[in-house]
Design a protein around this ligand. Structure first.
Ligand code: DGY
Length: 304
């Protein structure tokens, strides 16, 4: 039996398999442990099941000298110092594939909602502003036949492309064209690359300036891929027509963050993988990764 720490309650029955096999502590609170709390709780722990809200860095690894396996409950691993874990021989698992469709669905839902100005229309109805059918009110952008630029053409980018084909969209992607060309030609730009030092602020003021003034930006990847100050300016100056964000920098955005004052901005709370089925499958995979590594076997999905 190995001591394990699970940094938040995660949904689905699969967590019981870990609890049955090992000595498991699950962080019971709604908010994640602070870095001090995390350091305290990993002392003597051999298996860590972390979330994207936990920073797993050198300092944390120093506090966990017995750690043999890290299983991250996400496909993204930007919260984990993979190099530091690798240097200590600690495998790091992640949860790809199982969340591809849910995330691609959300990207498309955001694209459609922003294009058709759904949040604004709903607000009008609730506030009694919708008084009659009006030929020139609430007019949005046509999705069918438009050009979609996909930045990052991995599993999720490709799943978004499959959905776009159903809408008769012309698809540009960074596996095929340069980012500059993609930004200039696309009516919609959707981000699906991982957060790395190279992609941090990939969408900066210069990138936003290349986009059409009628274009809409969708980010379901990681907040820091977009420079929030540059996005705020671009929206205020109508340099682009709108943005829909499932992820932000910082995350969450404080309620008084200036970006929230920008026009034509739709923000949702990092729900790309938030379907019952997907979150249960993520739990299964995260538990499988941890159980395998603690048994000295290869993880089904190892990121380092
Ligand atoms: C991930 O998996 O990286 C998502 O952001 C959360 O599921």
């Amino acid at each position: 039996m190995a001591r394990c720490f699970v940094t938040r309650r995660i949904p689905g029955p699969a967590l019981d398999r870990l609890i049955d096999a090992h000595d498991v502590e699950v962080w019971p609170h709604r908010l994640p442990p602070t870095s001090d709390e995390l350091r305290e709780h990993v002392a003597g722990v051999e298996g860590l099941l972390s979330l994207l809200t936990d920073t797993v860095d050198e300092a944390l690894l120093d506090a966990a000298p017995d750690l043999r396996a890290i299983s991250n409950y996400a496909v993204g691993t930007d919260n984990v110092d993979l190099e530091a874990a690798t240097a200590r021989g600690i495998p790091v698992g992640n949860t790809p594939d199982v969340l591809t469709d849910a995330t691609a669905d959300l990207a498309f839902a955001l694209l459609l909602a922003l294009a058709r100005r759904l949040p604004e229309g709903e607000r009008d109805v609730r506030e009694g502003q919708w008084v009659t059918f009006e030929p020139d009110r609430n007019l949005g952008a046509e999705v069918t036949g438009a050009t979609l630029g996909i930045v990052g053409f991995g599993r999720i980018g490709k799943a978004v492309a499959r959905r776009a084909e159903g809408f008769g969209m012309e698809i540009l992607h960074t596996g095929d064209v340069e980012l500059e060309e993609l930004l200039e030609r696309s009516d919609f730009v959707t981000l699906h690359c991982p957060l790395t030092p190279e992609t941090r602020h990939l969408i900066d003021a210069a990138a936003l300036a290349r986009m059409k003034a009628t274009a809409l930006l969708v980010n379901t990847a990681r907040g820091p891929i977009v420079d929030p100050a540059a996005l705020e300016r671009a929206l205020h100056e109508r340099a682009i027509a709108g943005a829909a964000l499932d992820v932000t920098d910082p995350e969450p955005l404080p309620a008084d963050h200036p970006l929230l004052e920008a026009p034509n901005l739709l923000v949702v709370p990092h729900v790309g993988s938030a379907t019952v089925r997907t979150r249960h499958k993520m739990t299964e995979l995260a538990v499988d990764n941890l159980l395998a590594a603690l048994a000295g076997e290869p993880m089904p999905h190892q990121a380092n």
